[in-house]
Write a protein that binds this ligand. Structure first.
Ligand SMILES: Cc1cc2nc3c(=O)[nH]c(=O)nc-3n(C[C@H](O)[C@H](O)[C@H](O)COP(=O)(O)OP(=O)(O)OC[C@H]3O[C@@H](n4cnc5c(N)ncnc54)[C@H](O)[C@@H]3O)c2cc1C
Length: 538
């Protein structure tokens, strides 16, 4: 029987990201997918800043920022009158990677290329059919009928997840909307291609987003049209019926004349559901991405949240697989990520309800109050910030516990009351110096590594402690004074990481522990986080 440390089911963005993270941190991985090959159409088109950061840390960002469309505005019309222009700007949180208007297919291709460089590749036409688990692992049956033995099985297999079903994890939720139509179409019209355009209309909203050409050098005429089309409908529409209806809606609701739809790369009809898995783990089976949470597309949060899940789980599972941590560390994956998904689902549900409001009060509030507010620069900053997910913090999670587990006095999160970033917070992309004195940026140093910010001269004991628990994948760095310009970022935003602070940063750029050069405190945090009171055995 073939064996592997981790069987990743699903080669969508989250499965690929997880596999890259695991392989780069030393675990053996198989990635299987039931599809015959990579998807050529894209559901997601927008990746907010945190998603770009994850790709960057995984080594998969590559040329995506230069390929992305520079179309970071949303202009909203009521009738044919533009009433608001929302600009997604600089998040102001010193990110090394910008938000991108880029197709999901390109993101997946970049992840596959990274996976190949790490020695992995998805096995297509290989569905997971069955799985049973015992104390030591999971025996899975794939499409070829051959059993596979894995120490862990992770379902990255989307909203209809087979893994979730086989592990018996519930997926409660509710339907949020009636029918939406989506069509990626070739179309001539006089619409601005430097941003997305939306129309609020009493019969339902319509959105038009410019899309990059699938083939380089082709005409610049591909648009994604998303239209709300509630009411009675018989069965599942054909592609022709969707395109005809979309053409009708464009002329009825946008006030812009368009040419005829010349062709489509994708057409789909769906209703929005909001669902959250009861649990992210059952024994040796775990869920990541859409398998764990189903989103409305509004706000572009689905793939973004899935990539964050994958990065969070990858370093934990790699430590468990290598015997450096007990499997209780995996429970912190759910504790950190499920509350975030619940919050994101509340936000995307609320956005959907505003978009589809059809009663007179709802329409009045949306058209006269919410939409005009989008012109206010403070609201624009808030929208950029809240969709970016750079604010995500695990401060309330078990690994940031400042009392029993961390061994730090309670009320002193991360060892220092009120100083940010605290334990659990994302750390910004700070200027720092490598051990040999060369200037760098913190986020350039992660990859499969932990970072240890240490003051000059106090390095040895802390570094030795971190390496005793985490092995050689700990990079010592010094916080740089001044502002070396690396990657075009300036260092004007204040933070509270001083030259004398010791900060251990996880591979996902969240603060694990911070304090003074006191190796006993660091040791306590590592022991409690990784194994409780005992050292692990393989
Ligand atoms: C219209 C629309 C627009 C969207 N826009 C955005 C956006 O702008 N930004 C954003 O962040 N998100 C967006 N999303 C959400 C995003 O597309 C999803 O969140 C994302 O695809 C989830 O990735 P995943 O890897 O978890 O699952 P999926 O992409 O669904 O991948 C699951 C994979 O598992 C495979 N699989 C399924 N069952 C099995 C099995 N039994 N065995 C083996 N393989 C299996 C499938 O073939 C598939 O390849 C949008 C979604 C929609 C519908």
């Amino acid at each position: 029987m073939r064996t592997t440390d981790v069987l990743v089911v699903g080669a969508g963005p989250t499965g690929l990201a997880l596999a890259c993270g695991l392989l780069s941190q030393g675990a053996s991985v198989r990635v299987v997918d039931r599809a015959a090959g990579p998807a050529t159409t894209s559901r997601a088109n927008f990746l907010h800043a945190r998603g770009s950061e994850v790709l960057n840390r995984l080594g998969a960002l590559g040329t995506l920022p230069s390929e992305a469309l520079k179309a970071m505005t949303i202009t909203t019309y009521v009738g044919n009158r533009p009433v608001a222009r929302l600009r997604f700007g600089d998040v102001g949180m010193r990110t090394a990677a910008p938000p991108m208007l880029i197709s999901q297919a390109r993101v997946e291709a970049a992840l596959r290329a990274r996976l190949a460089r790490l020695g992995g590749q998805p096995e297509w036409a290989t569905p997971l059919l069955d799985a049973s688990q015992d104390a030591d692992g999971v025996t899975a049956v794939l499409g070829d009928g051959q059993p596979v033995r894995a120490r862990w099985l992770v379902g990255c297999d989307g909203t209809a997840s087979t893994t979730r079903e086989l592990s018996g994890i519930g997926f409660p939720g509710t339907r949020v909307s009636e029918r939406f139509l989506l069509a990626d179409v070739h179309l001539d019209w006089d619409l601005d291609r430097t941003g997305t355009t939306g129309w609020v209309h009493r019969d339902g909203m319509v959105g038009a987003m410019p899309m990059p050409m699938p083939e380089p050098g082709g005409p610049d005429d591909l648009w994604r049209i998303l239209a709300y089309d509630p009411g009675e409908h018989d069965g599942k529409p054909t592609e022709r019926q969707i395109l005809d209806r979309v053409q009708e809606i464009l002329s009825e609701r946008t006030g812009h004349s368009t040419g005829p739809i010349r062709g489509a790369t994708w057409a789909s009809a769906f209703s929005v559901h909001r669902r959250l898995a009861d649990s992210y783990r059952r024994g040796r089976m775990l869920l990541v991405g859409d398998a764990a949470h189903a989103h409305a597309p509004f706000g572009g949060q689905g793939m973004l949240t899935g990539l964050g899940d994958a990065e969070n789980l990858a370093w934990k599972l790699a430590l468990v697989v290598s015997g450096q941590a007990r499997d209780s560390l995996l429970d912190t994956y759910q504790s950190e990520r499920r509350p975030l998904a619940a919050k994101v689902l509340r936000g995307s549900t609320a956005t959907t309800r505003v978009n589809i409001a059809s009663g007179p009060v709802g329409r009045f509030l949306r058209d006269r109050m919410v939409v005009p507010l989008l012109n206010v620069s403070a609201i624009q900053r808030w929208a950029t910030y809240s969709t970016s997910q750079l604010w995500v913090s695990y401060r309330r999670g078990p690994l940031a516990d400042s009392g029993e587990r961390g061994g730090l006095p309670s009320g002193w999160p991360g060892g220092r009351r009120g100083r940010r970033p605290r334990a659990g917070d994302r750390i910004a992309d700070l200027a720092c110096l490598r051990a040999d004195g060369t200037p760098s940026r913190l986020h350039a140093e992660f990859g499969a590594h932990w970072a240890l910010l240490i003051p000059a001269g106090a390095a040895d004991a802390c570094l030795a402690t971190a390496r005793r628990w985490l092995g050689e994948r700990v990079t010592p760095l010094r916080r740089a004074s001044g502002s070396p310009e690396v990657g075009g970022l300036d260092d004007t935003e204040p933070d509270d990481v001083g030259l004398d602070d010791v900060v251990l940063v996880r591979p996902d750029a969240h603060v694990a522990w911070r304090g003074e050069a006191d190796s006993a405190g660091l040791e306590r945090w590592l022991r409690n986080a990784l194994v409780g009171e005992e050292r692990p055995t393989r």
